[in-house]
Design a protein around this ligand. Structure first.
Ligand SMILES: Cc1cc2nc3c(=O)[nH]c(=O)nc-3n(C[C@H](O)[C@H](O)[C@H](O)COP(=O)(O)O)c2cc1C
Length: 190
């Protein structure tokens, strides 16, 4: 294999492209798109988002210490892109994107996005200034999961939600399923 050597950069893809809802203690709320996010601890459940201080959302998160990670679907792709290129300083992105705020279960100041199949309610535990971004490490206080994807056995069929990923500037739906956790070592049924 012949390879080019590039200068250091962010090339961990695919990444999520989630809609983060946020708000301050005065009742202002907003939505913005975040790709630099992920799980960081199983128990207690913790996540991170990395945010540039220039974002309008940054001030809201600083004020309330709360945010919601709303997973994005094919139907939400346009909104995810829009909320990532326009600022809540200038417009109400909820209204422009036709998205509906609904109450969080555990958060005081931040609504969830109704149209998203999974809303992850987070409270900031700590942060670290890394350079361009402030990384917030947060506890997951509650998860709202759309009943529409609960099958008759009580399994949450997330694969049916049409989640999207972000890779090197483009948004993608998922292709076909390639395996399940542990399938590489599972014994075949005779
Ligand atoms: C796909 C995508 C991923 C993004 N990821 C991040 C991110 O991880 N952190 C961040 O601070 N901004 C990220 N942005 C940029 C913000 O979403 C964008 O600047 C947004 O307009 C900020 O909105 P606000 O000013 O209303 O807070 C991303 C944008 C897009 C389109």
């Amino acid at each position: 294999m012949s390879k080019q050597i590039w200068k250091p950069g962010n090339m961990v893809y695919p990444a999520p492209a989630v809609l983060v809802s946020c708000g301050d203690r005065d009742g202002n709320t907003n939505l913005f798109t975040v790709a630099w996010t992920g799980n960081v601890c199983t128990n207690p459940p913790m996540v991170y988002i990395s945010v540039r201080p220039s974002r309008y959302s940054y001030g809201l998160i600083e004020d309330s210490g709360e945010f919601v990670i709303n997973l994005t679907t094919e139907a939400l792709t346009r909104a995810a892109d829009y909320c990532g290129v326009r600022s809540g300083r200038d417009q109400d992105k909820w209204k422009v994107c036709g998205l509906t705020p609904a109450p969080a279960e555990k958060l005081q100041y931040v609504p969830v996005v109704s149209e998203s199949p999974v809303n992850i309610e987070c409270r900031v535990r700590s942060f670290q200034d890394l350079g361009s971004h402030r990384m917030y490490i947060a506890d997951v206080l509650a998860v709202q999961a759309d009943n529409a994807y609960l099958d008759e056995n009580g399994r949450f069929a997330l694969e049916k939600a049409g989640l999207i990923a972000y890779s090197h500037g483009d948004y993608f739906g998922f292709g076909k399923k390639l395996g399940s956790f542990g399938y590489s070592v599972r014994k075949k049924k005779k």
